[in-house]
Design a protein around this ligand. Structure first.
Ligand code: FUB
Length: 445
């Protein structure tokens, strides 16, 4: 097992968190279930925490749930705690066991499903439900858990005929059941889903695509470890046929995911632990996913750039690049919030970031978050590659050192429109090894 050495200490807690991959950096989030409600993207993750002093958390330390909503092209809003472990009406107190949840909409109401250890001690996890008029709550929590099922990682689906299904996991099996119209009881018995490969499985996430039922899940191979896999069927409760991996093992400890179509593109949400360095302090991430013509899914490779098109007032996390030459990315220092920066910049270092949304050309200024220990040089913003059209130039000034941060601003020359790739080019005297540390860019009207 890895030694618990969180690389970064939490420096600040904000309500609005902004990032590429990982999606947020002000707290640790795992098991991201993404959903699109009324064209807006929401994430229902679980919350990995550092155990409070004196608490011996079992395996993971998961005290509550937050909900995140995408408020701009690239800005994730933390809607705060929507359920604390000690508010679960049927739950064991201080269990730190609030594992992967899901949320689904039916007739304008939002049903939030979550697993927690029950106070009656009957089993490892029961699954509870709450209902709200809004995707971000507040939810009214059912007084008792759903009878007839026990397990972890509820995954929900409503078929075209209006029948709702709940899937959940327990060791080497995935089970599924029909839900009543009230979404609070199962209809009949839960059944073991046939066709799921041997080995440990969890995190079932069902969806339908072109008339085929897809059941995606985390699958652990004895030699490879956690992968994200999928199986397909002509019927929601199976039998299913194993159809391959969506993501190879990424040395993750666990991997838990969801799949969603947003603005015409399929996205895989999953988690990794790149900020903490510890597999039980995870961070949610997202990358685009594609179907082949025959309905099979192309394997997804994790990227830094992730998804989303930052627009005016979204930070462009330039260290989550598409390509980089002659520079590095390292953790930020000083009093900056968690995250990375572009560092070790030299003469002609460049970093490319694709898909910035300049919209209708209203961005007139651009800001940069910088720290520098030297007094000469500049960095330029170009459209496309390093030799593309120059749209902004920032001078490099001494900020007090490479851990002392300042936000600087300059005018944008010509007003680009629409989606553009940008490249930052660093300039100074030859031989300079650290021109400036760059944390983010931000377009302003
Ligand atoms: O986050 C706790 C557990 O780890 C989840 O329920 C599993 O899916 C795995 O990600």
């Amino acid at each position: 097992m890895k030694k618990f050495i969180p690389i970064l200490v939490f420096i600040c807690f904000t309500h609005v968190a902004i990032s590429q991959n990982p999606l947020i950096t002000h707290m640790h989030t795992a098991d991201p279930t993404a959903r699109v409600f009324n064209d807006k993207l929401y994430i229902y993750p679980s919350h990995d925490a550092i155990p409070p002093e004196g608490i011996k958390a079992p395996r993971f330390c998961m005290p509550d749930y937050h909900i995140f909503s995408l408020e701009n092209g690239n800005t994730w809003k933390d809607n705060g705690v929507i359920l604390d472990q000690n508010e679960v009406p049927w739950g064991k107190k201080n269990s730190y066991g609030m594992w992967a949840p899901d949320c689904i909409e039916r007739d304008g109401k939002y049903y939030y499903y979550y697993p927690a250890p029950p106070n009656d001690g009957t089993t490892f996890r029961r699954i509870g439900v709450g209902v709200s008029k809004s995707p971000t709550g507040p939810f009214t929590w059912e007084k008792d858990y759903i009878k007839g099922i026990d397990g972890i990682d509820p995954g929900l689906m409503i078929d075209d005929d209006g029948q709702a299904y709940i899937f959940f996991a327990g060791g080497k099996t995935i089970k599924g059941a029909k839900l009543n119209k009230n979404m609070k009881q199962i209809d009949g018995d839960a059944i073991k889903i046939q066709g799921i490969p041997a080995g440990y499985v969890e995190g079932p996430f069902p969806f339908k695509y072109n008339g085929t039922y897809y059941l995606t899940f985390a699958h652990v191979f004895p030699d490879e470890g956690y992968t994200i896999a999928y199986a397909t069927s002509k019927s929601p409760l199976g039998p299913y046929v194993y159809s391959g991996k969506i993501m190879d093992n990424i040395d993750n400890g666990t991997n838990h995911h969801s799949v969603v179509k947003y603005k015409g593109k399929w996205i895989l949400f999953y988690h990794w632990w790149s900020i903490s360095g510890y597999s039980k302090l995870r961070s949610m991430r997202a990358d685009y996913m594609e179907f082949k013509d025959d309905g099979t899914i192309k394997k997804v490779k994790p990227t830094l750039r992730g998804i989303g098109n930052p627009t005016i007032n979204d930070t462009i996390q330039i260290d989550r690049y598409n390509s980089i030459q002659n520079a590095k990315t390292t953790f930020v220092g000083g009093n900056e919030p968690n995250g990375w920066m572009v560092s070790d910049t030299k003469m002609m270092s460049n970093v490319r970031f694709n898909g910035v949304d300049f919209g209708e050309g209203k961005a007139t200024k651009i800001q940069a978050r910088v720290a520098s220990g030297q007094r000469n040089g500049s960095f330029e913003i170009h459209l496309g590659g390093a030799k593309g059209q120059l749209i902004a130039t920032f001078p490099v000034n001494y900020t007090g050192g490479y851990n002392t941060w300042e936000t600087i601003e300059t005018d944008i020359i010509d007003k680009p429109t629409g989606l553009q790739d940008i490249t930052v080019v660093f300039k100074s005297v030859w031989g300079a090894t650290k021109i400036v540390n760059l944390n983010w860019l931000l377009l302003k009207e």
